[in-house]
Design a protein around this ligand. Structure first.
Ligand SMILES: Cc1ncc(COP(=O)(O)O)c(C=O)c1O
Length: 355
């Protein structure tokens, strides 16, 4: 199949770029002692996770049980759920995964989530494993003091849960656009994680896993001796938002192929809108930067920029998403390309697995 034969809007995945991004991240971590457990929220596709594991990743991180189920069905793992699991339907689904023998570690940050995990293990007739999520400054989930973390670690041990360590994600770094201030913020956040590590060690509960960090903080995280692994996700495809924070390091692997449906005097209209492309992180751009999806309605994109002058109805235009993760979540398949050839189609099996 050629790219010209694909109906639009459709997601193109550049396999050369994905391979390069995976290799770049592995090279960045090589020799640091910090390993990679990439976040599945970005690719949501077992073929990509398999490539990451083959390149040296020690497992896969997920946000939702639905993503974990997709990985388990594909035989991929070990899985770290970097999120809280609570409520009857989820306890049942976690129990089902445990009963299948899936190697899954779940984050906890309250007695209630420890109880949910213990309940899932009891239903499965097996043992569960956990890391304690600590708040590194994001103010989302996570314990707010080392003393609370030590108390939860003891509770895990008492509950017969395999206590594996801690995680803390410094996602608030993306709120800081100044590179120097961002570096200081990341150092401070990772320092907070370090205070939890110290308290646990003093309590005789040293964490085997200390998992932190996303694409924009891996470079600093690898210099912290107590960090054992990182959870970066976006690096594998990159997008315009990530490029602002980590310029020039990763290639753009994901583009939305669109068709021009109308050409007006100063703008053109493409056949994609908010139902196939997101813009909460700014306007998507063409790879040469000459076209901008300045405005999106549900099924239309208003294209502006110097590239508009050359457009004709029926032309194909590729757009790099500003936020890849939320864009790809709207789709069901990647058209996998090498240069101008479509070499495969990969289902995005975990798209919209937000439960
Ligand atoms: C808990 C957690 N870990 C890791 C990441 C990965 O970060 P990034 O997309 O910057 O690579 C995220 C991103 O949302 C996250 O929520």
């Amino acid at each position: 199949m050629r790219i010209d034969d694909i109906d639009t809007p459709a997601l193109l995945l550049d396999l050369d770029a994905v391979e390069d991004n995976i290799a770049t991240m592995q090279r960045l971590l090589a020799g640091s002692g910090v390993r990679l457990r990439p976040h599945f929220k970005t690719p949501k596709c077992p073929q990509v996770a398999r490539m990451q594991l083959d390149a040296g990743a020690i497992g896969i991180t997920v946000a939702k049980l639905g993503e974990a189920e997709v990985l388990a069905d594909a035989g991929l793992g070990p899985i770290l759920v970097a999120n809280q699991v609570i409520g009857e339907p989820k306890v049942n689904r976690l129990a089902a995964l445990l009963a299948r023998g899936v190697d899954i570690t779940v984050a906890v940050d309250l007695d209630a989530t420890v109880d949910a995990l213990a309940e899932a293990a009891a239903r499965a007739g097996t043992r569960a494993a956990a890391v304690i999520e600590v708040d590194a400054g994001l103010r989302r989930c996570g314990t707010s003091s080392p003393a609370e973390t030590v108390r939860l670690a003891r509770r895990l041990v008492e509950a017969g849960i395999d206590y594996r360590g801690i995680m803390g994600y410094e996602g608030h770094m993306y709120g800081q656009s100044d590179p120097q201030a961002r570096e200081a913020l990341i150092r401070e956040a990772l320092g907070v994680v370090g205070t939890h590590v110290e308290a646990l060690a003093e309590a005789g509960l040293p964490p085997a896993i200390v998992s932190t960090s996303g694409t924009a903080s891996v470079e600093l995280a690898r210099t912290f001796p107590f960090i054992t692994e990182v959870q970066a996700g976006t690096y594998v495809f990159n997008d315009l938002h990530n490029e602002e924070f980590v310029p020039g390091r990763f290639r753009f692997a994901l583009t939305l192929l669109t068709t021009v449906i109308s050409v007006r005097e100063r703008y053109a209209v493409a056949d994609c809108g908010l139902k196939s492309l997101t813009n909460e992180f700014g306007p998507p751009l063409s790879p040469d930067g000459r076209l901008k999806a300045a405005r999106l309605s549900e099924e239309h994109a208003i294209l502006s920029g110097e590239g508009v002058a050359g457009l004709r109805p029926g032309d194909r235009v590729e757009l790099i998403p500003s936020h890849g993760d939320t864009t790809l979540n709207l789709h069901d398949v990647y058209y996998v390309r090498r240069g101008g050839e479509v070499v495969d189609t990969w289902p995005i099996l975990a798209a919209r697995r937000f439960r």
